[in-house]
Design a protein. Sequence first.
Length: 384
Amino acid sequence: MKKSIAIVGAGFSGAVIANQLAHAGYTVEVFESRPHVAGNCHSERDAETGVMVHAYGPHIFHTDNERAWEFVNRFSTFKPFVNRVKAITNGQVFTLPINLLTINQFFGKTMRPAEAAEFLAALGDKTIDNPQTFEDQALRFVGRELYEAFFKTYTVKQWGLDPSELPASILKRLPVRFNYDDNYFSHKYQGMPEDGYTALVQKIIDVPGVTVHLNTRFDPASKGDYEHVFYSGPIDAWFKHSEGRLPYRTLDFKMFRDTGDYQGNAVINVCDNSQEYTRITEHKHFSPWETHEGTVCYAEYSRQCEENDIPYYPIRMARDKEQLERYINIAKQEPNVTFVGRLGTYRYLDMDVTIHEALSTSDKFLECARDKQPMPAFVVNPLG
Ligand code: UDP
């Protein structure tokens, strides 16, 4: 009898692979330990207010990738939404990412774009040639004052580490603009799924041939019952942490309700030490096409992920690389298992990249099956 495919995890990675392989004629079993699909993108309506809540923190879909955008639009209408983040520091409110308004307001000036670019270049530390750390990247491109006001303290709160220990790649997520564009993202497409992320993922996974087992942990020992396993859980958990625990940050949310408009924006960061939390998300602003009397907010606190916590952000410091390499090497020796997604490859991935990689993973699997070649453990180099 033809064996089926097991997929561990019903987040974007698992759902997209299930969808693609079921369409190609495979029988797919999806195992999800939580009571819902969509992983950390899960959204649900708050019973009291009716507000659509991003249960594991804010998720804004943004991409330049045509294939990922076309794919998600097949399953949901995307409503226009532009993330315009505000930041509180030293008793004032600014706009992020750092743009001409931020710079002019911060320094009490009225500079035009070229003047501001020149001004910031003069503040940057030009002795830093090839910034490797978060701190060097910030000092090189925005200078000490803006770094300390907007990045240093927020980053310590978010990562529990000094920015000098973190890679420059984290800061490179944020642009610096010399115009008044305060769109947090620079991507061509941006929006919110009209009925939330869970409805979207449910539609992706809802294909004949796919069976979803919620509240069900997959035991790696049963991998032999399947033709192939796609695993989107934490790579270290698959190997029972044989090489030690890879470090993650987890988040705690303090939820509170109010009426009307609590803060006037979806996301407000607190970049200084005036609050322990990193940001407050007011969820109703993610659905500006809806009207609700009540409002639901999350104050977000970050801390080290312990054994029974939900892992959110992989902490990829240079000193953890060896441990990760050991996991990658043993994963490569594991036949018929492919490691996918944020947790399977231990990378800080946005949703669109996750979806695009899942589509590439399914393509690769079908190609390998056709050519009778073994499917690799990784389709994307996790160290790349
Ligand atoms: N960051 C910061 N100050 C801010 C916003 C972000 O220092 O006001 C830094 C922080 O280290 C954060 C990183 O930039 O982890 C990436 O920010 P992003 O908004 O992309 O984080 P996410 O929404 O994925 O948590």
